[in-house]
Design a protein around this ligand. Structure first.
Ligand SMILES: C[S@@+](CC[C@H](N)C(=O)[O-])C[C@H]1O[C@@H](n2cnc3c(N)ncnc32)[C@H](O)[C@@H]1O
Length: 275
C-alpha cells in the first residue's frame, strides 16, 4: 500500500469522512475477491454464469413515486381482510414473497455464491424451496430455515439442501449451534419472522456477525408501518433497520436491489462493506 493509502487508512480511524473512504476501498477489495471466488466456483458448477452487474436506479420524481406507492397499496389491498391479494408459489410450494424480490434474491445469490443461507421465518417453506432450487442450479449451497411454528399442517417441502430448525430466531439455544455450524463459511441471512421492531432489531444484532464483507443481510417487509403500506402496523422492520444502520456503519442499504421499483423490502437489502 502507498504512503498516501497508509495515511488515509490511519486517518480513517479518527475522521468519519476518511473512515467511509477506506470502507469503500475495503468493499472494492472484497468485490474483487468475491469475483475471483465466483470464477473458481464456476469451474465446478453445471450452469455457466454471466457477468451482469446490477445498475443503480435513477431517483423517481414525486409523481412517479406516487404511482409506485399506489401499486404497492393495490398489491396489498386484501391483506387487511386476512388474505394476501396475490398468492405466490414456487414448484407448488406457497411463499409469502413478491416475485420481484425473488428475482433480486436470484441475482444476489448468483453474484455472492453463499455457502449457507440462514432464513429466519419459514412459514410454508416455499421460500426455502426456492433458495434450494437456486443452489441446485449452482451445484452447491444449503438453507437453514428457522421457525417457532412446527405445525405439520404447514406441509413444508422436504429438500436435501434444506434443514428446518424449530425455535425462536433470537433464542441462544437456536442461534449458537447454528453460528458454530456456519463458522468460516460464506453466509447470507434473511430476516422474515416476527415483524415487530424489537424482534427484528434483536435479529439484526444477533445475526449480522455471520455475514462476511460483501455479503448480504436481507430484512423482509420493511414496507409496513406506512413505508408505504400498512400504516397501522406499528414500528416494524423499517424502524429496526434505521436503528441498526445508525449503530452499525459496516452495513449499507443497497438501492440497486430496489430498481424494479416495487419491493416489499425498501432499504431492506443490507450489504456489509466493512469488517
Ligand atoms: C412471513 S412468515 C415467513 C415467510 C417465508 N419466509 C416465505 O417467504 O414464504 C413468518 C414466519 O415467522 C415465524 N416466526 C414468528 N416469530 C418467530 C420467531 N421469534 N422466531 C422464528 N420464527 C418466527 C412465524 O411462525 C411464520 O411462520
Amino acid at each position: 500500500m502507498s504512503a498516501f493509502g497508509r495515511l488515509v487508512r490511519s486517518l480513517g480511524q479518527v475522521v468519519p469522512a476518511f473512515r467511509r473512504h477506506y470502507q469503500l476501498i475495503d468493499a472494492l477489495i472484497a468485490e474483487r475477491d468475491a469475483l475471483a471466488q465466483q470464477v473458481a466456483l464456476q469451474r465446478t458448477s453445471g450452469m455457466p454464469i454471466g457477468d451482469f452487474r446490477v445498475p443503480s436506479p435513477a431517483p423517481l420524481t414525486r409523481p412517479e413515486q406516487g404511482v409506485v406507492d399506489a401499486f404497492h397499496h393495490l398489491y396489498y389491498s386484501s391483506w387487511q381482510q386476512g388474505q394476501p391479494t396475490i398468492d405466490v408459489s414456487w414448484f407448488g410450494w406457497r411463499t409469502l414473497k413478491c416475485p420481484l424480490d425473488l428475482w433480486i434474491y436470484q441475482e444476489l445469490i448468483v453474484a455472492d455464491r453463499p455457502d449457507v443461507i440462514i432464513e429466519c421465518g419459514t412459514r410454508y417453506g416455499g421460500s426455502a424451496a426456492y433458495l434450494a432450487s437456486l443452489f441446485d442450479l449452482l451445484g452447491e449451497g444449503r438453507v437453514i430455515s428457522i421457525d417457532i411454528d412446527t405445525d405439520p399442517a404447514l406441509n413444508r417441502p422436504q429438500h436435501p439442501r434444506v434443514t428446518y430448525v424449530a425455535g425462536s430466531s433470537i433464542a441462544p439455544e437456536v442461534v449458537e449451534p447454528i453460528k458454530a455450524e456456519v463458522a468460516g463459511k460464506r453466509v447470507m441471512v434473511i430476516l422474515d419472522s416476527d415483524h415487530s421492531e424489537a424482534h427484528v432489531l434483536a435479529e439484526l444484532r444477533v445475526w449480522n456477525s455471520v455475514v462476511p464483507i460483501g455479503g448480504w443481510l436481507i430484512v423482509e417487509d420493511t414496507n409496513v408501518n406506512g413505508h408505504p403500506t400498512h400504516p397501522g402496523h406499528g414500528p416494524g422492520p423499517m424502524e429496526a433497520v434505521e436503528r441498526f444502520l445508525s449503530e452499525q456503519p459496516a452495513f449499507v442499504a443497497d438501492p440497486a436491489c430496489e430498481r424494479f421499483r416495487m419491493t416489499l423490502n425498501p432499504r431492506g437489502y443490507l450489504r456489509r462493506i466493512a469488517a
